[in-house]
Design a binder for this molecule. Sequence first.
Ligand SMILES: Cc1ncc(COP(=O)(O)O)c(C=O)c1O
Length: 399
Amino acid sequence: MSDPKSPSERAAPAVTEAEAARAIAEAARSLAGLAASTLVSVDIASMTPYTPGRPWRLLAEELQIPENDLCLLAANENVLGPSKLGIEAAQRALEEVNLYPDGGSILLREALAARHGVTPDHISVGNGSNEIIELLVRTFVGPGETVVTAWPSFVVYRLVTQAAGREILIAPLRDDRYDLSALAALVDQRTKIVFIANPNNPTGTYVPKRQLAAFLDRIPRSVIVVLDEAYHEYAVAEDYPDGVRDFRAHPRLVVLRTFSKAFGLAGLRIGYGGMDPSLVRFLDCVRQPYNTSTVAQAAALAALDDESHLRTSVRMVREGMTHLTQRFEALGLEVVPSQANFLLVKIGRPAAPLVQAMRARGVLVRDMRGYDLPDTIRMTVGTRAQNLVAAELIEELLA
Ligand SMILES: Cc1ncc(COP(=O)(O)O)c(C=O)c1O
């Protein structure tokens, strides 16, 4: 019997379903690109700007609530305020702001390196850890390469990847946790970076050390794995890994930390990444020469030594978390166990009206519709007094 296929058809290599789907997606993207305005790329044209919260002073004025009575529990900041040592150092540094900052953040990197038992060339300092996330994508993810992460997770991974015109592949969370098998299944020869928020924002859940070690063993060493440990200082679970200490031997592991959370310096925008010096060097080529300010560097350096502020902040969060969890569970609400400084609470119905009603009374929690979690709220653990106000208000509004 004659073969009905032409010789070229017979020789064609098998195309997997995933490859076919990718080819279709790429064709669609380039067609959309042709149709898009010439002002920006199709990736940027399809984005919506990140919506920042209303400035709290304006809000207090609008709501006619004294500024000090507002409970700002929407952005996972340190509700105890900044470290006093940090403020004093920042004030002193203001005297020098006629001069450019130290573009190499030398003193801060030395202090961080000593703390982590590495040399300063392992540390890259950024305008918040957000900047390092962006720099990693811009520096290392080339055309045709991809980023892999989970969802719901920190939204900035997606935003910076899209803005850079690169593709992001998303593994859904399973039971509110990173599903490392699903994440590993998305990794292929095109993958350049995997982002893992540990603990995760917005769930507060974490990837335990053994699971993370097994995941790293499965992933090709050519892939950069970014452990975003923005909430590291709050995590107390015994099997919670310290990325810097536990996975030192991994050549492509990047560990991100920030001064925005437990150290209370969110407004100064300073964070850092620990990684192999070869990676730091490439980030140095791409970043702005003076990406962090004199004031931020000085405050961060001083805050690092403020052990007492850090201890008090962490203790307050752990105690408040226990209190709030009990109160919410008594209302029949499901609370996701958290290792961070916030709680994800499942309301069991659309939560936006509750968020709005709380806002009107001066208690700000996070509306989670943007994270595709419309039936939940995310609430920063506040001071004892703030927690009481928030819990009583929720009890009243849900009654
Ligand atoms: C998981 C995660 N990573 C990074 C950041 C960014 O922190 P930074 O203020 O250092 O840019 C946040 C802030 O909310 C976060 O939740």
